[in-house]
Design a protein around this ligand. Structure first.
Ligand SMILES: NC(=O)c1ccc[n+]([C@@H]2O[C@H](COP(=O)([O-])OP(=O)(O)OC[C@H]3O[C@@H](n4cnc5c(N)ncnc54)[C@H](OP(=O)(O)O)[C@@H]3O)[C@@H](O)[C@H]2O)c1
Length: 222
């Protein structure tokens, strides 16, 4: 079965940071938020990492006042041991949330609590670093009918998806702000040792979103 098409959407500062360490850091303009909600509405599922849930506590729903609100995408969290705040907003109470844990790391108590709250828990293959393997998570989602997946972060999840060469298109909202240190960079090591090894974008478009700009394109791997 083909893996879902994967789009990454993220907001960053001019100096390439997606947040102040440990804090929710809204970087999007009103236009940027509307754009992000439209992106969610055009995907089958939206995925984030466990730390984004712990720090930002996002809902990951479509909230743009359109008909699409009624068919918000599945909400997916990668959390190897399932250690997540029990009242996290991503769980929503509507049975549309999935948490994917890693084989051998899932804690039975957390699993029971999530399932009692109506959250689907799936255990996927573990990668070498002990986290949920990206390819395994994509297979699980494909089996559940996900054809288009939106990945919203954070940095560790974006890094894993790019290292696995599993990002098809990228959309980066760039805020006209500088965050400096301590800030979370958009990416960790993705195995680029020379410019010739750097993934790039093709079919690039650039648009204004109020004070911010958005750069979009399809990812080409070297
Ligand atoms: N500006 C934006 O658009 C934007 C969007 C989202 C987040 N953020 C910011 O990003 C920051 C969080 O990013 P982060 O890098 O610290 O964490 P993250 O990517 O949100 O989550 C990382 C955690 O997810 C779990 N995980 C499971 N499988 C994984 C895999 N294959 N690859 C990576 N992680 C996996 C791991 O926790 P376990 O060990 O528990 O499994 C890992 O520590 C926050 O400050 C947030 O505000 C910004």
């Amino acid at each position: 079965m083909a893996r879902p098409l994967v789009t990454v959407h993220v907001a960053q500062s001019l100096d390439g940071r997606i947040g102040i360490e440990g804090r929710a850091t809204p970087l999007s303009t009103a236009e940027g938020r509307a754009y992000a909600h439209a992106m969610r509405a055009s995907h089958d599922a939206v995925l984030v990492g466990a730390s984004t849930v712990r720090i930002d506590d996002p809902r990951l729903t479509v909230r743009d006042g359109s008909e699409a609100e009624a068919r918000s995408p599945l909400r997916v969290v990668l959390a190897s041991s399932l250690d997540l705040p029990r009242g996290a907003r991503v769980f929503g109470g509507d049975g549309r949330s999935i948490v994917i844990g890693a084989e051998g790391r899932v804690r039975a108590e957390e699993r029971a609590a999530l399932e009692a709250a109506g959250v689907a828990v799936i255990v996927g293959p573990r990668s070498e670093d002990g986290r949920v393997a990206v390819e395994g998570a994509l297979t699980i989602l494909a089996e559940r009918g996900v054809r288009r997946l939106l990945v919203e972060g954070g940095s560790k999840v974006l890094t894993s998806f790019l290292r696995a060469k599993c990002v098809d298109s990228l959309s980066v909202e760039i805020a006209t702000r500088l965050l400096g240190s301590p800030g979370t960079g958009m990416l960790g090591a993705i195995g680029v040792g020379a410019i010739g090894e750097a993934p790039s974008l093709t079919g690039v478009t650039v648009e204004r979103l109020g004070e911010n700009v958005i750069v979009r394109g399809d990812v080409v791997y070297a």
